[in-house]
Ligand binder design. Structure first.
Ligand SMILES: O=c1ccn([C@@H]2O[C@H](COP(=O)(O)O)[C@@H](O)[C@H]2O)c(=O)[nH]1
Length: 280
């Protein structure tokens, strides 16, 4: 079975290094002339799928915006994930789950076991009950060719108060996460299947990302103020592992399919330039 790292490497080589989020904010539904209800959610999601699923490497539905409509919203999420995967996009489900290990095993079954209706290619995970507590997710990812992106240095201004705090050995919480994930990916070719989330907004924090050997999801671009040019400052020598991620910057161009595609093409050009993919 191919690993997620292999599948991601091929997808970004073929379609470009880009992740686009599906975040059906109430304000975006209104801007698209859609109602803030299940019908609007369904139309919004189907439009993004039609516009982008056959051309973007990774699509990242934000689970919260589907969950707010209850079980019927989750059914739309299931359908959206299925449609995206059928069209060839890798689906990174942004759920940021984390708990004690026995409960993490249930999350892993829900999101990474192919027999689940919510099965995605990869998920986001929170390490604040300890990276080790996420082991059932890492095991499920290995068993099924899936991926896990663990929060390390998030894009929001509240993140550093927790993530820059130092433990008894002098390392920051974030560096501890980085180091533990680096061990999990050691030796993987062309890159491992356990990624990190590192915001494009954080500037140069002095953290060493060079050892991760896994994908580095970079949200915070566009609506949160991060620019493609900031990626070099944030990621330094790890720039080649970066997967830039945009939601509102692209979605705000809708609802016309041509406009969504044009916005996606524009940010992809900026990202290619920043990542210097042509030189690889
Ligand atoms: O550190 C993080 C981790 C996750 N996110 C998520 O990414 C998108 C960003 O949306 P934009 O519209 O591009 O700002 C959203 O789903 C967040 O929950 C993040 O922003 N930062």
């Amino acid at each position: 079975m191919e690993t997620f790292g292999v599948r991601l490497h091929r997808a970004t080589a073929e379609r470009g290094p880009l992740c686009v989020g599906i975040d059906p904010h109430p304000s975006l539904l209104a801007r698209w002339g859609l109602s803030d209800d299940l019908a609007g959610l369904t139309r919004f999601s189907e439009t993004v799928v039609a516009a982008l699923a056959d051309r973007v490497a990774v699509v990242k539905p934000q689970s919260a915006f589907f969950e707010r409509f209850g079980s019927r919203g989750v059914a739309v999420l299931e359908s959206t994930i299925r449609q995206l995967r059928e069209a060839g996009a890798l689906v990174l489900l942004d759920v940021k789950r984390g708990d004690i290990g026995s409960t993490v095993a249930a999350y892993a079954a829900a999101y990474l076991d192919p027999s689940s209706p919510l099965a995605a290619d990869a998920i986001t995970a929170s390490p604040y009950l300890g990276v080790g507590a996420l082991a059932p997710m890492f095991d499920a990812a290995a068993a099924h060719g899936g991926g896990v992106f663990v929060l390390a240095l998030t894009s929001n201004p509240e993140g550093p108060a927790v993530q820059h705090a130092r433990g008894a050995d002098g390392r920051t919480v974030a560096q501890t996460v980085i180091d533990e994930i680096s061990q999990l990916n050691a030796g993987a070719q062309p890159l491992g299947s356990i990624g990190l989330v590192v915001g494009a907004t954080i500037g140069d924090t002095g953290h060493d990302l060079s050892t991760v050997n896994g994908p580095l999801l970079a949200p915070g671009l566009g609506a949160q103020g991060g620019t493609a040019a900031d990626l070099r400052t944030v990621f330094g020598s790890a720039i080649r592992s970066v997967l830039p991620s945009y939601s509102r910057e692209v979605l705000g161009a809708g609802p016309e399919i041509a406009d969504l595609r044009a916005a996606t093409a524009r940010v992809l050009v900026e990202c290619r330039s920043a990542l210097d993919v042509a030189a690889l």
